[in-house]
Design a protein around this ligand. Structure first.
Ligand code: MEV
Length: 438
């Protein structure tokens, strides 16, 4: 068995690769070749990637495509999306084209408030803690002033700090619950730096607060960290059209299609098993744009799913209704995104993607991302209630199956043609391939 290694991070990249391929793969030479295949030919670009994280040995490619024809608040966008799932960009593009002819997408920002907390333990008189907080609050702001100067110049900063008594839920547990405006930055570093300063000030001032007993002076800081739950950093995106425009299927009338879409959404509102898959389809669109623009998709995922169960049950993020013969379809969700800072200024492809999106502000990016999620959900649900999902999905998956089976370019062309009019399955592709090979 391979022994644990110490000092791995101090090895050179080559030494790391030697160790990992020799210890864990059957054919180290071949494994090294695969890792090298994914290195960037431009050494400076590769070095940039090496330095994003620790112990980099290679890059994992995810295809990036473009979903064109997105009309959002009367501006036309071609949206870059990075995703491995075959049908996502095709679905987004189809939805974009459908809504392009119907006025496009409208999106609005509902709020941009970010949150961070200092979690601490206080064993003592809560009334004394309240008066301590009144004394403390201006000091928290004053002692973090050097951290907030440049954010303030951009119109952001700390918007409020409140003391929260959480002792009903956990003995002696209190918080400084702070809210922030971070403008075009996602703001994680800014928020965390402010919070750690708040914690230092809190600890220091409590130790010197005359009204506190010795025990009360000994406030214990448990941790200081931003929250990825941002229910007041939200965006709404919507589309609407006359019901008779929903002519999406030969088998269903537009009215019936609209009603089935609404029914599908109602199901995803009440049934968590469906809601999770429904929202996963939305995240296909959201994550792909979040990733392409160098944002933190794990933060977005965590915040969105928490928001989906804000009333205690996990529910659909999208809504639909018919009003006076008009079909309305909309989404409301939290998105903490940045268009400055982090990878956005560093990663050459991310920079290009932001340029493709016409250098959006964080608010504009929130709108674009919400629209990508709404479009994806419209594509998924309208397929589900009409033809079913597999027809389109398997068509897009066909090339993956052909590649898996080692088909050459001629065979691919012949079979893509064949499967234009025949249902795709792994077995069907395998048999057709062996037929043409004979
Ligand atoms: C697949 O990645 C996403 C869908 O399952 C979403 C949905 O069911 O709404 C098609």
């Amino acid at each position: 068995m391979t022994k644990p290694i110490s000092g791995f991070s101090k090895l050179t990249k080559e030494e790391k690769i030697d160790w990992v391929t020799e210890s864990f793969t059957q054919n180290a030479a071949q494994s090294k070749k695969i890792l090298q295949t994914y290195w960037n030919q431009d050494k400076s670009v590769q070095q940039l990637h090496d330095e994003f994280i620790e112990n980099t040995i290679t890059n994992l490619y995810v295809p990036q495509g473009i979903a064109p024809n997105f009309l959002i608040n009367d501006t036309l966008y071609a949206i870059p999306m990075a995703i491995e799932e075959s049908s996502v960009i095709a679905a987004a593009s189809k939805a974009a084209k459908f809504w392009l002819k119907r006025g496009g997408f409208k999106a609005e920002i509902l709020g941009t408030e970010k949150v961070g907390q200092v979690h601490f333990i206080f064993k003592g008189d809560t009334k004394k803690l309240d008066s301590f907080f009144t004394y403390l609050k201006p000091l928290l702001l004053a002692e973090s002033a050097s951290l907030t100067t440049s954010m303030k110049k951009r119109g952001g900063g700390i918007t409020n700090i409140v003391l929260k008594d959480k002792t009903d839920e956990l003995d002696h547990y209190f918080q400084l619950h702070a809210t922030f405006e971070t403008k075009d930055a996602m703001g994680a570093n800014f928020i965390n730096s402010c919070l750690e300063q708040f914690a230092t000030t809190l600890k220091k001032e409590a130790a010197q607060f005359d009204a506190f007993s010795t025990k009360e002076k000994d406030v214990e800081i448990v941790m200081s960290i931003l929250s990825n739950y941002v229910p007041n950093c939200t965006v709404r995106a919507e589309v609407s059209c006359p019901v008779e425009d929903l002519n999406l299927s030969a088998e269903l009338t537009p009215q019936h299609t609209a009603e089935k879409i609404i029914q599908a959404i109602k199901i995803a509102k009440v049934e968590p098993y469906r809601a999770v898959t429904h929202n996963k389809g939305i995240m296909n669109g959201i994550d792909a744009v979040v990733l392409a623009t160098g944002n933190d998709f794990r933060a977005v995922e965590a915040g969105v799913h928490a928001y989906a169960c804000k009333d205690g049950q996990y529910r659909s993020l999208t809504n639909a209704k018919i009003e006076d013969g008009i079909f309305k379809f909309w989404i409301e969700l939290p998105l903490a995104l940045g268009t400055v800072g982090g990878l956005t200024n560093l990663h050459p492809l991310v920079k290009l993607n932001l340029e493709l999106l016409q250098r959006p502000s964080a608010k504009e990016l929130m709108q674009i991302v919400a629209v990508a999620g709404l479009a994806q959900n419209f594509a998924a649900v309208s397929s589900l209630v009409t033809t079913g999902i597999q027809k389109g999905h398997m068509k897009m998956h066909l090339l993956n199956i052909l590649n898996q089976l080692g088909a050459n370019e001629n065979e691919k062309a012949t079979l893509v043609k064949h499967f234009k009019t025949n249902p795709v399955s792994h077995h069907a592709v395998e048999s057709q391939l062996s037929i043409i090979r004979k």
